[in-house]
Design a protein around this ligand. Structure first.
Ligand code: UD1
Length: 362
């Protein structure tokens, strides 16, 4: 077999890092391909360094653009590469436009598609990620679901063959970096004390593209930073920064007491900051999982989530983006509880995936 792992965004690199390294160990002919959907050093290059990954064998350098532009560019470039390099299976992760583009190219060439983090559903098709997940799952040969709930979602859509519940590869990635730095060093660097600050991220299209929603989130953070006894740390995604400028909200946060982390913190720092935070406030899928694994309560700035496991176990709560709601939720004292059972707990999910692949294709 000649595998090609195709990734392109920050979360895909984080969650596929160990699999990429293991596949390279198995055979140097296996390929690590980057679509270039994320290209800023702090969204991309730093991740390669964090996980000591080799440089990608190929980088499509697609950059930013409309969803269709990114997807179709990746599709064309993946097709060329599959043919030129004699790739016999394509491995994709999650729900990004990179995942979809690479998957469609492989499907048209009848190459097996392996989907890691399969079966997640928010049941909200207005999210581009939901569309991507559904299509990729239905075209995949092997579907690696992180939990039984994800497996059940697949079953409801008639997807039973080739489905394996292996756990969440994020667990491996957290383990890989957690000893690399001392937590106190990070707290000192950002001038915060354990459990006395909130960590905030916000980058979802449905929040950042709406001036009303983004303004409500930013005004909540501003008010909290002025009135709460907890500090507010806001890690800034480049998309959010761009939108804040467009909606004339950027100077508002610069002139507030919000501690802005720009460029956004790297994975190692993010893990340590989340671990010691009082609450994580986010619209990111990855952070909902990370906070749950790290035993920090999470409040999610969305109406739905494709990670219901985090809600069921009591680690996460969906709140909408209304200012009063956000402030009330963050100041809720019951948020100190953190004795939930981690639904993502499994031993070495990345290794399980490799073992299943070897067995399946032998
Ligand atoms: C993508 C994924 C999302 C994932 C997120 C992680 C899709 C549909 N969505 O969303 O599931 O949670 O990555 O970040 O693929 N930008 C830069 N530099 C970069 C990357 C992005 O400036 O390195 C800016 C550009 O203005 C770009 C915008 O961010 O247009 C959005 O980037 P894009 O990759 O399209 O989507 P994300 O919001 O990052």
């Amino acid at each position: 077999m000649k595998y090609a792992v195709i990734v392109g965004t920050r979360p895909e690199i984080i969650k596929m890092a160990i699999i990429i390294k293991e596949l390279k160990k198995l055979s140097s002919s296996n390929l690590f391909i980057h679509s270039g959907q994320h290209y800023d050093y702090h969204m991309d290059g730093v991740m390669l360094k964090t996980f000591q990954l080799p440089d990608p064998d190929f980088n499509f350098k697609v950059g930013s653009g409309s969803h269709s532009f990114i997807t179709s560019e990746i599709m064309k470039k993946t097709e060329n590469l599959i043919l030129k390099e004699g790739i016999t299976a394509v491995i994709v992760h999650g729900d990004t436009n990179t995942t979809l583009g690479a998957c469609l190219a492989a499907a048209k060439l009848n190459i097996p598609i392996i989907h890691v983090e399969s079966g997640l559903r928010s049941y909200d098709k207005s999210m581009p990620e939901e569309i991507n997940r559904i299509i990729v799952d239905h075209l995949s040969t092997i579907l690696f679901a992180p939990t039984k709930e994800a497996q059940n979602n697949l079953k409801k859509e008639g997807l039973v063959d080739g489905v394996y519940v292996v756990g969440q590869t994020l667990v491996d990635s957290i383990q890989e970096v957690s000893d690399k730095i001392n937590t106190n060093t990070i707290l000192t660097k950002y001038g915060v004390k354990s459990k006395q600050y909130f960590v905030v991220t916000c980058h979802r299209q449905e929040n950042t593209n709406s001036q009303t929603k983004l303004s409500s989130i930013i005004n909540s953070l501003k008010e909290l930073s002025e009135k709460s006894q907890h500090k507010v740390l806001f890690s800034l995604h480049p998309r959010t920064k761009e939108k804040l400028k467009e909606f004339s909200l950027y100077s508002l946060i610069l002139n507030s007491k919000i501690i802005i982390l720009d460029p956004p913190v790297n994975f190692i720092e993010s893990i340590h900051l989340q671990k010691e935070a009082k609450v994580v406030l986010t619209d990111s899928g990855g952070l909902q999982e990370e906070a749950c694994i790290l035993k920090t309560p999470c409040l999610t700035l969305r109406d739905s989530t494709e990670r219901p496991e985090t809600i069921k176990c009591g680690a996460n709560r969906l709140i909408n983006v209304e200012k009063d709601n956000i402030i009330k939720a963050l100041e809720d004292d019951s948020l100190t509880h953190n004795n939930w059972l981690n639904p993502y707990h499994t031993e070495k999910p990345s290794k399980k995936i490799i073992d299943i692949l070897i067995d399946f294709f032998s």
